[in-house]
Design a binder for this molecule. Structure first.
Ligand code: ADP
Ligand code: MG
Length: 270
């Protein structure tokens, strides 16, 4: 992004920067006896837009899913907005939180999946208002008004009464983004939000992501859209085999990656 991030602005003004909004320390995760994340360290500052790129199977989705405790980590810690996700600390030990409390923590993050995951039997409006009504985010009237505002924002003001099956993939994904935003998350997580779309529908979804980034939303985007990552992301993180291989300013990672493995990957996808 060309505009200064909040972090850069704070640094330039001499004010101490804010603490990270996402801080992952030494996170390891196995499925069965296969370890797929090997002690990952990763932090995101408020307002930052970070792309995660890397080959299929490198652990990108798993890392996103660990951030909101859709997957349970085996060791390390995940802190989002000052909350230790999934655990409470007592003395030097960590104790698992009950699901009811992790569900509450999960609301700090909004997740958008490759496959949209809308409820097919609910209208667009009902898809967006379901969770905010259930969790009483605000009054019924305000939840509905906010849903309409969000639909306008993603360019679908006319589709409130439609069903997902009546929409294109690009429109469904924009509804999914509005639905995640309706819970007023502090961080948005996107897992390959355009990978399931026909090529002509990719642009409309990327445009919504770009607009969202411009509002100052903190975003972590797993994507294969490298050019897009270069345009809207502050940082690019390259993952391979369950490790972060490179993490730097977007322009620098794309123009002059430090690691040979990043260079090889980029030469294949660009
Ligand atoms: P990426 O998103 O980068 O393609 P993933 O995080 O989906 O990678 O997967 C990382 C590794 O973990 C892969 O080897 C994958 O096969 C494995 N994996 C992912 N999810 C599961 C699961 N639910 N059970 C077992 N193995 C899994
Ligand atoms: Mg994935």
């Amino acid at each position: 992004m060309t505009q200064q991030t909040s972090v850069q602005a704070a640094a330039a003004s001499g004010v101490a920067p804010l603490p990270p909004i996402v801080e992952i320390s030494s996170v390891s995760k196995s499925y069965g006896n296969v370890e797929v994340l090997h002690g990952v360290d990763f932090r995101v500052m408020p307002g930052e837009v970070v792309a995660i790129i890397g080959p299929s199977g490198s652990g990108k989705s798993t890392l996103l899913r660990c951030i909101n405790h859709l997957e349970q980590i085996d060791s390390g810690t995940v802190v989002v907005a000052d909350e230790l996700i999934g655990y409470r600390r007592s003395g030097g030990d960590l104790f698992e939180l009950p699901e009811r409390l992790t569900a509450k923590q999960r609301r700090a993050t909004g997740m958008v999946f490759q496959s949209f995951n809308l409820f097919p039997h609910l209208t667009v409006l009902e898809n967006i208002t379901l969770a905010p009504l259930k969790h009483r985010v605000s009054s019924k009237a305000e939840v509905a008004a906010e849903a309409h505002r969000l639909l306008d924002k993603v360019g679908l003001g006319e589709k409130a009464r439609s069903y997902p099956g009546e929409l294109s993939g690009g429109q469904q994904q924009r509804v999914a983004i509005a639905r995640a935003l309706a819970m007023k998350p502090q961080v948005m997580l996107f897992d390959e939000p355009t990978s399931a779309l026909d090529p002509e529908l990719v642009g409309e979804v990327l445009e919504v992501l770009k607009q969202l980034a411009e509002t100052g939303m903190t975003m972590i985007v797993v994507t294969h859209e490298i050019a897009f990552a270069g345009q809207i992301c502050d940082r690019i993180v390259f993952m391979e085999d369950g490790r972060i291989v490179e993490d730097g300013p977007a322009a620098q990672v794309l123009a002059g990656p430090r690691e040979e493995r990043t260079r090889t990957f980029l030469s294949r996808v660009l």
